[in-house]
Write a protein that binds this ligand. Structure first.
Ligand code: AMP
Length: 414
């Protein structure tokens, strides 16, 4: 089915054409008719599925001409707010609709001027939006459509109380769209308070890894993590690589060491100033930096076309973050590679991730790399992999084979 058959307005169809989209993605096919019909939606879809356009296109089509602030989109991070606002603006380029991105870390002046000038669509992070609501720069009395995007991430960041407050300031009579990769009880509570007879849309399995991504584990001893990262960068034919660190401090340290090894590196994490974050992302997008080292918070949902590789320097803390990280590459069907550096300490984390995504991640050894004590060994044969006994049974089993899958046996070393 084409975009034309979805009853979108003519100027928006022209915007889609200018964006270079030819066919709707599955989530767009499912969501657009419901949003066009004014219905509420709870959507779970992987990043990279075209979720933004799935709500932006029908919302813009229904808005028609410039009027009052009728659409509010809440995003968990500044980068996402900026990115989603850019999508709205691009799709609306053949209309007179006005959009604004509202987020913290930058001055108030420009945002306030834009809001006062009159906008139709506000894409905001909750904290800065609250500032403008409290000082009277903006009110939400004309909001017709409220989009709560990446709500699980808002929950992680402790935004839910502010989000509730903001929802309470919107008219009761409105359309609400909620997107969240997972729907734990706290989010279900928000959904039942904010949505009316929502249609639930799940695209694929929200836990699955984008099929165009080839992913692999690279086991190594803890002391050799950085050396392996350098070797992977050296041996891989990459255009641009996103390296994930668990901590901000760790991200800085990896970046420093990569710079010392003559890589051009950007860093993205929440302790950097907004200008530094904008510069890092713009430089990475333009190719000025070939490597960007980021934490999960900063990188969630950002759309960087052409990320050829994701390298998890640290295994993510939560299994769902694995899917989010990997989703940065292979977006919209481009092929990407995703490597995860794992140490023996990560054994349980990896099992959790594999259980979460419902698949086993292949394990590779980097040929020619001077492995130390933890030399990876061949995989356990498939019939033995399924042994899901107690941790103790697993340990015994593993020790017979020489440790966590390919690792050398730690006990043997002592
Ligand atoms: P999202 O999941 O909204 O972050 O979108 C992921 C990427 O897919 C973005 O770069 C979009 O521009 C792109 N995209 C979204 N919808 C389509 C489509 N129908 N055809 C081609 N690319 C698309």
């Amino acid at each position: 089915m084409s975009f034309k058959a979805l009853n979108l307005s003519d100027p928006i169809l022209r915007g889609i054409q200018a964006a270079g989209y030819s066919d709707p993605t599955p989530i767009q096919l499912r969501a657009i008719p419901i949003v066009m019909g004014g219905g509420d939606v709870i959507g779970s879809a992987q990043t990279g599925t075209g979720k933004t356009a799935a709500f932006a296109l029908p919302i813009l089509s229904r808005l028609g001409a410039h009027g009052r602030a009728r659409v509010l989109v809440l995003e968990p991070t500044r980068e996402l707010a900026a990115q989603v606002e850019t999508s709205f603006r691009d799709f609306a380029r053949f209309t007179d609709l006005r959009t604004v991105a509202v987020f913290g870390g930058v001055g108030y002046g420009n945002q306030r001027n834009e809001l006062r000038r009159g906008v139709d669509v506000v894409v905001a992070t909750p904290g800065r939006l609250m500032d403008y609501l409290k000082d009277g720069t903006l009110n939400l009395k004309d909001i017709e459509v409220l989009v709560l995007d990446e709500v699980d991430h808002m929950l992680d960041m402790g935004f839910l109380p502010v989000v509730r407050d903001i929802i309470g300031r919107c008219p009761r009579e409105r359309q609400t769209l909620l997107f969240s990769a997972t729907v734990p009880p706290e989010i279900l509570a928000i959904a039942s308070f904010a949505l009316r007879n929502p249609t639930r849309i799940e695209i694929g399995v929200s836990r699955s890894v984008n099929e165009s991504v080839k992913h692999a584990l690279y086991p190594v001893g803890f002391a050799q993590k950085f050396d392996l990262l350098l070797a992977l960068l050296e041996r891989t034919d990459f255009d641009s690589v996103l390296v994930f660190s668990r901590t901000k401090h760790g991200a800085d340290k990896i970046a420093r060491r990569l710079k010392a090894a003559n890589h051009s590196v950007a860093v993205l994490h929440a302790n950097r100033s907004q200008n530094q974050r904008i510069e890092a992302l713009a430089g990475f997008k333009s190719g000025k930096y070939e490597v960007m080292v980021a934490t999960d918070i900063a990188a969630r949902g950002i759309d960087v076309a052409g990320v050829s590789h994701v390298i998890n320097y640290d295994v993510p803390e939560k299994p769902e973050d694995y899917v989010h990280r990997i989703g940065r590459t292979g977006r919209a069907q481009a092929v990407g590679d995703a490597f995860t550096i794992v140490t023996p300490e990560n054994e349980k984390d990896i099992r959790d991730i594999e259980r979460f995504i419902g698949a086993k991640i292949p394990q590779l050894k980097l040929e020619g790399f001077a492995y130390g004590a933890y030399e990876p060994r061949p995989e356990r044969p498939p019939e033995q992999r399924e042994s899901r006994g107690s941790a103790r049974a697993h340990g015994d089993h593993a020790s017979k084979r020489g440790g966590f899958r390919g690792f050398g046996n730690r006990r043997g070393r002592r």
